[in-house]
Design a protein around this ligand. Structure first.
Ligand code: HEM
Length: 446
C-alpha cells in the first residue's frame, strides 16, 4: 500500500528545509508558511492540519506541488470518485522517470526486478481483478485461522519483556516490531531466522522513499531492495513448484480473473515491499507503539481500558488509528479538472488525501484531539481509507492490535515513559508516522 507520496516528494524537498521551522509543535502563522515537506512540521503535524482544515482545506503545497486535502468529507468524496481520481502514480511511468527515480530504475533493470504496478497503484477494473486474489489470500477464514497464532505470539513477546529485564523495556523493538513482522513473515514463507534481516530491508525501503536523498543513498537503498528481491524470488520459485497453504502461495499461484495469467515476478516484488512487509507490518507496528504512548499520556484512559478490556478494546484500537494515523496520507492523480472545496484541481495534479487530518476533523468527531473510549463513531475514521482501496489488511491489523494491547494490559499493572530516554521523535517520512523508540518502566501484574 505504501508508496507514492514519498517518492513524489523525494526530489523536491530537503531535510534542512528552513521553511516554517519553529519550536515543536510547528504552528504556521500564515498560509505562505505552510508546507508538509518539512521534517519538523511532520514531527508534529496536527496543528498544521488544523490550520489547513480551517483556512485552506484544499491547499497546493508550494514545495511539493501536491494538493493537500485535509477535511474528512472532501477526502471521502475524492476516495470514492473513481471517474475523476486515479491511483495511478508517476512512478509507474517508467519511460519518463527522471533524477533519483531514473537511477533506481536502471539499477533494478541491471541487477534485479523493476517493481511492477502494485495493487494500490491500479484502478478498477484491473484493480478489482487483482484484488480478488488478495481477497482470497486474506479471506476471513484464514485470518480467523491465524488469530490464535497472533494471540500466542503477543503473550510470548510480552512474557519475554516481563521476564527479561528489571521492569524496563524499549517497546518498539521488543514488542511492536516483532508482533506483526513475525506474523507476516510466517505467511510469506520466510524463515524465522531471517526476520531481522527482512526488517533491515523494510527499514531501508522506507528510508529510500524518505526526504532529501543523495544519489548515493538512493543506490544504497535500491541495492538493499534488490538483495531482498533475490531472497523472495527463491520463495516464489519454490511455491510455484510446491504450493502450500500460505498466503503468499495464493498470491503466487492463483490466476488473476480476466488476465489469463498469474502475477509476474515484477508484480510480486512490488507487493512484497510496499503492500505486505512495509504496508502491512510497519503500519501495525506504529499503531501498537502509538497506542502505548497514548496510554502513557492518558492515565485515566489506561485505568478505564483495564477496567473492562472486552468493552473498550475495539474502540481503543480505532481511536489509536484515528488519532495517530500510521498512514498519514495517500496520493491520487486527478484524471480531469475538478473543483473540490471550491478549489480547482487541474488535470494531472497529484492530490494528497491527508487522512490523519480528516481523522481529527471537528465536523465529524467531537473533541477530535482527545482519545475517547465511549466515542460512538470511532470506527468512522479514514485510517484504513474507504472505497475500493480500503485497506486489505485491516481485519488482520485489527486482530494484531487487539491481541497486542490485550496482552499488554493482562501482564502490565503500571507503566510510565522513562523521561530521560525518550525524545518521542519519528522517522522523517512523508506518508508514514513511525515512532523511533518508546522506553517504558513497568510493574508487572503479580
Ligand atoms: C494499522 C495498520 C494499517 C493501517 C493504518 C493501514 C492503512 C491503509 C490505508 C490508509 C490504505 C488505503 C490506501 C489508499 O487510500 O490508497 C491501505 C491499503 C492497503 N493495505 Fe493497509 N494498513 C494497515 C495494515 C495492513 C496490513 C496488516 C496489510 C497486509 C498484510 C495491509 C495491506 C494493504 C494493502 C495491500 C492495501 C492496498 C489495497 C488496495 O489498493 O486495494 N495493510 N492500508
Amino acid at each position: 500500500m505504501m508508496a507514492a507520496a514519498g517518492r513524489v516528494v523525494e526530489n523536491q524537498v530537503s531535510e534542512s528545509s528552513e521553511v516554517n521551522r519553529m519550536d515543536n509543535p510547528v504552528c504556521p502563522v500564515s498560509l505562505e508558511e505552510v508546507t508538509l515537506a518539512d521534517v519538523e512540521v511532520l514531527e508534529c503535524p496536527y496543528p498544521t492540519y488544523a490550520y489547513l482544515r480551517e483556512h485552506a482545506p484544499v491547499y497546493q503545497d508550494p514545495l511539493t506541488g501536491m494538493y493537500v486535502v485535509t477535511r474528512y468529507e472532501d477526502q471521502r468524496q475524492i476516495a470514492l470518485d473513481y471517474d475523476n481520481f486515479s491511483n495511478w502514480r508517476p512512478s509507474n511511468d517508467h519511460a519518463n522517470l527522471t533524477g533519483n527515480a531514473r537511477l533506481a530504475y536502471e539499477r533494478f533493470l541491471e541487477n534485479g526486478w523493476v517493481p511492477g504496478e502494485s495493487l494500490a497503484a491500479r484502478d478498477d477494473p484491473e484493480h478489482k481483478q487483482m484484488r480478488s486474489i488478495f481477497d482470497h489470500a486474506f479471506r476471513p477464514k484464514r485470518i480467523n485461522a491465524i488469530d490464535h497464532e497472533v494471540e500466542a505470539l503477543a503473550y510470548e513477546l510480552i512474557d519475554d519483556v516481563v521476564a527479561g529485564q528489571d521492569g524496563v523495556c524499549e517497546f518498539v523493538s521488543q514488542f511492536a516490531v516483532p508482533l506483526p513482522l513475525i506474523i507476516i513473515c510466517r505467511q510469506m514463507g520466510a524463515d524465522m531466522e531471517d526476520v531481522w534481516q527482512i526488517k533491515k530491508w523494510t527499514d531501508a525501503w522506507i528510508r529510500g522513499v524518505g526526504f532529501g536523498l543523495s544519489a548515493e543513498d538512493v543506490l544504497k537503498y535500491t541495492d538493499l531492495e534488490i538483495q531482498a528481491q533475490h531472497y523472495f524470488q527463491a520463495i516464489f520459485d519454490k511455491l510455484r513448484r510446491t504450493p502450500d497453504d500460505s498466503l503468499l502461495s495464493d498470491l503466487v499461484n492463483i490466476e488473476v480473473p480476466g488476465w489469463g495469467r498469474t502475477l509476474s515476478d515484477n508484480e510480486l516484488h512490488a507487493e512484497m515491499m510496499q503492500d505486505t512487509f512495509v504496508g502491512g507490518s510497519e503500519t501495525t507496528t506504529n499503531a501498537l507503539s502509538a497506542g502505548v504512548m497514548l496510554l502513557a499520556r492518558n492515565p485515566a484512559t489506561w485505568e478505564k481500558l483495564r477496567s473492562d478490556p472486552e468493552r473498550y478494546l475495539k474502540t481503543f484500537c480505532d481511536e489509536v488509528v484515528r488519532l495517530e494515523s500510521p498512514a498519514q496520507g495517500m496520493s491520487r492523480t486527478a484524471k480531469n479538472e475538478v473543483v473540490v472545496g471550491g478549489v480547482r484541481i487541474p488535470k494531472g495534479a497529484q492530490v494528497d488525501l491527508r487522512y490523519a487530518a480528516g481523522n481529527r476533523d471537528p465536523e465529524v468527531f467531537d473533541n477530535p484531539d482527545e482519545i475517547d473510549l465511549e466515542r460512538r463513531n470511532a470506527g468512522a475514521h479514514l485510517g484504513f481509507s474507504t472505497g475500493t482501496h480500503y485497506c486489505l489488511g485491516a481485519p488482520l491489523a485489527r486482530r494484531e492490535l487487539y491481541w497486542g494491547f490485550k496482552a499488554f494490559i493482562d501482564r502490565i499493572e503500571h507503566f510510565r515513559l522513562i523521561p530521560e530516554k525518550n525524545d518521542l521523535r519519528h522517522l522523517p517520512n512523508y506518508s508514514l508516522r513511525i515512532l523511533k523508540e518508546l522506553h517504558i518502566e513497568f510493574t508487572p501484574v503479580k
